[in-house]
Structures are given as C-alpha cells and as structure tokens.
Design a binder for this molecule. Structure first.
Ligand SMILES: CC(C)(COP(=O)(O)OP(=O)(O)OC[C@H]1O[C@@H](n2cnc3c(N)ncnc32)[C@H](O)[C@@H]1OP(=O)(O)O)[C@@H](O)C(=O)NCCC(=O)NCCS
Length: 229
C-alpha cells in the first residue's frame, strides 16, 4: 500500500513542487527543493515582520554534518523531551536518523542554515506498516515561534497521507506544553499517559501518547495525491 501510494505522490524528477515557487532553492547536493508556508501565513514565512523565510525539504545523508550538531544541541538543551541521551547520541551514528523510505526526515532551513527537523518512521512489519511514528521534532531556540514546527508537522502529515498511512502516533513528555500545543493544533489527540516513561538521573517523567487518525481508506481512494517530498 505504502509503496504504490508513494510512487503516485512523487513529482517528476528534477522539478520542484508547484507549491514551492516562492521558496524554491537549491539543496547542498544541488537538487531542487521547495517549501510553502503553512496555511494562513504569508507567502514567505515571517517576511511580513522582517524575519527570514524558512524552507523545508527532505534531509539526505549529505545533510548529516549539519544535522548532527542540531541534534546534539536539542538533546543538551531539552534532555527531557527526547528518548535518547546526549551521551548516547554522541556515540551513535547520526545517519540512523535519516529515516528509511517510506519514512522521512524533514529539515527546516533559514538563510541556508538547518534550524529545525522532524521525522516519521514507518515500521517494516506487515501488521504495522499502515501507521507512522513522529520523532525528532526540534526547532532551534532562535527560530521558534515563526511557524516552522507547524510547517514541518504539516509537511510530515501530508507525506503520511500521501504514502497511505492510516495514523500517526507520537509521545510528548508531560509538561512540555509548547510541543503538546503544537501537536494538538496539528490534529493529534491524547490517548493516554505512560507513567514514569523516561528516567533522567533521579527524575522520572510521564509521557503522553498522542494519535492522529489520517483517513478512511475507502473515502480517500479518489483523493488527489500531491506532495513535494
Ligand atoms: C516544540 C517546538 C518544536 C515548537 O517549535 P516552534 O517552531 O516554536 O513552533 P511554531 O512556531 O511552529 O508553533 C506552532 C504551534 O505550537 C505551539 N507552541 C509553540 N511554542 C509554544 C509555546 N512556547 N507555548 C505554547 N504553545 C507553543 C502553538 O500552538 C503554536 O501555534 P500558534 O503560534 O498558532 O499559537 C520547539 O519549541 C522546540 O524545539 N522545543 C524543544 C524540543 C521539543 O520539545 N521537541 C518536541 C519533542 S516531543
């Protein structure tokens, strides 16, 4: 299901997605990339208030040199928001974060600098490949409240629909209100709390599990498939 859906969603090679005209740019690897601002925002992100526009594209292995410091920065600043420790991440290959298709990791760029990311992982097991798990959601502190995380989530959700996923799940640490509000705004709903899900030293953190139901496959059968990633 996912594989055929993905093929139908893919734009012709070498042509930016039509929605990206305002923000089309060239990736470090020279491939065309594109983005568009979230609904309701100006055509160039925050240009209306003089802030730089952001651009979103799929991350590839050549982005790892930029992704690694961003990831370490996230874990150092917000250890309670992620399931892996700073020390573990330092010791591991950042390449594992570049989600295997049909999963995907997106990056958000401001003035060519990678400042945000979000990924969806899709299990390979037959009984689970109809759903995706959202991980690694992060925006650098100097780029927050510009709508970048919202745009990353919207792009991930479009991709998930496009490849035929029926739902997305994620977990958010109880007390992380900025992330929780982001997910609620994106349509996720709470489906329970796992007590003491994370332990950092002597501190225990509960995690709220959230789910976004994407579609009724029958109702969506004729829906247009149009996605830049
Ligand atoms: C959570 C995070 C990704 C939000 O990034 P952002 O780019 O600032 O978010 P956006 O500007 O796109 O905001 C989208 C929505 O998120 C919510 N939100 C974001 N920051 C918020 C804050 N400080 N307080 C309350 N709500 C907030 C709002 O609902 C907002 O919509 P609105 O602007 O219409 O009110 C960012 O704060 C971050 O990286 N935090 C640390 C890491 C983290 O917690 N990651 C999530 C792990 S589950």
């Amino acid at each position: 299901m996912a594989a055929s859906g993905q093929a139908r969603c893919r734009p012709p090679a070498g042509r930016p997605h039509r929605g990206g005209a305002a923000l089309t740019d060239t990736s470090p690897s020279g491939q065309p990339v594109s983005s568009r601002p979230p609904a309701g925002r100006s055509a160039c992100g925050q240009a209306a208030v003089g802030r730089p526009s952001w651009l979103i594209r799929r991350l590839v292995r050549s982005d790892l040199a930029d992704l690694r410091p961003l990831r370490l920065q996230a874990l150092r600043a917000h250890p309670e928001a992620f399931g892996i420790s700073f020390e573990e991440e330092q010791a591991e290959d950042t390449g594992r974060l570049i989600a295997e298709p049909p999963g995907m990791m997106l990056g958000g760029f401001v003035a060519g600098r990678l400042v945000g990311c979000a990924a969806v992982l899709v299990p390979s097991r037959i009984k689970q490949r109809h759903k995706g798990h959202v991980v690694s959601v992060y925006v650098a502190s100097d780029s927050r409240r510009t709508g970048l995380a919202r745009a990353l989530m919207e792009a991930l959700i479009r991709h998930a629909r496009c490849i035929g996923l029926l739902s997305l799940t994620l977990s958010v640490t109880v007390g992380n209100e900025s992330a929780r509000q982001l997910y609620l705004r994106a349509g996720f709903r709470s489906c329970g709390v796992e007590p003491a899900s994370l332990r950092i030293g002597a501190d225990l953190f509960d995690e709220e599990l959230m789910v976004l139901t994407l579609s009724n496959p029958a109702a969506d059968a004729d829906a247009p498939r149009d996605h830049p990633y």
